[in-house]
Write a protein that binds this ligand. Structure first.
Ligand code: DGL
Length: 279
């Protein structure tokens, strides 16, 4: 029987966005094997109801758990925001780590003026998971949430710099970060959480809109740190002497996954490395 520390980590996202989290995990825990599942057939999750996202999330987890994993990373803000409880109930024996709590922790650590803005999908923002996670750490924080659904499509299409993403970023973010002179506006947030795994690709366009001193928080690195801590705490970390492998699974076109995924991961994904699964 395979020892627990030799088992892979399972990760899933609605598509390729979670590869930004995988990239951070590879950096923090290079010896771990990872199975990454992108549920591209059903992307986007961000416009769907909590019930539907929870059902999809449990199906993704079932596919990964069935392959034998030692820990599950929910590399999707939408699924982390609405399905974490359902996943933990479905798989009580497997540690389940989402991206919302690590992102909230990083934001509370970064802010000086206790004003934090969150951007994400409609579902992530409407569910209020970030707001709750931040308030559980910093009860006096003022949290504003803004859905930015077009960012997902721009990142998927590779339109991450230039006129179009900058115009979209300005339209979404100017009211919060650059309120018109004379408008009655509350404290401008000094911290912005990229509450969607697709958004780090748009960070340069977003940076053009927010003030230079605004801290932009991407939960990928903090999530990777949380995974490392959990593996260490449970004594299930793989020996450092090996270099881990990655298996990619997708629920839709393998060629598209490899092409768009390469951009998100920042390292080439070959079509031959991706398997199609029906969940
Ligand atoms: N990856 C998803 C997230 O982090 C965004 C894409 C979607 O809407 O499915 O929320």
């Amino acid at each position: 029987m395979t020892k627990t520390n030799e088992l892979p980590i399972g990760m899933f996202d609605s598509g390729v966005g979670g590869l930004t989290v995988l990239k951070a995990l590879r950096k923090r825990c290079p010896s771990e094997d990872v199975i990454y599942l992108g549920d591209t057939a059903r992307l986007p999750y961000g416009t769907k109801s909590s019930l539907t996202v929870s059902r999809y999330a449990v199906q993704c987890a079932a596919e990964l758990v069935g392959r034998g994993i030692k820990l599950l990373v929910v590399a999707c803000n939408t699924a982390s925001a609405v399905a974490l409880t359902a996943l933990r109930e479905a798989y009580p024996d497997i540690p389940v780590i989402g991206v919302v709590e690590p992102g909230a922790r990083a934001a509370c650590h970064a802010t000086h003026n206790h004003a934090i803005a969150i951007i994400g999908t409609e579902s992530t923002i409407a569910g209020g998971a970030y707001q709750r996670a931040i308030h559980s750490i910093d009860a006096q924080a003022r949290v504003v949430g803004h859905p930015c659904p077009l960012f997902v499509a721009l990142a998927e299409e590779g339109w991450t710099d230039g006129e179009v993403p900058e115009a979209v970023a300005a339209r979404y973010l100017d009211p919060v970060f650059n309120p018109a002179p004379g408008t009655e506006s509350p404290t401008v947030p000094d911290t912005l959480v990229l509450g969607c795994t697709h958004f780090p690709l748009l960070a340069p366009a977003i940076r053009n809109v927010v003030k230079a001193e605004t801290t932009i928080v991407d939960s990928a690195a903090t999530t990777a740190e949380t995974v490392n801590d959990e593996l260490t705490r449970r004594g299930i970390k793989r020996a450092d002497s090996v270099f881990g492998t990655i298996n990619y699974l997708t629920t839709d076109d393998v060629v598209r996954f490899a092409r768009t995924g390469t951009r998100f991961l920042g390292t080439a994904i070959g079509e031959g490395e991706v398997d199609l699964v029906d969940i």
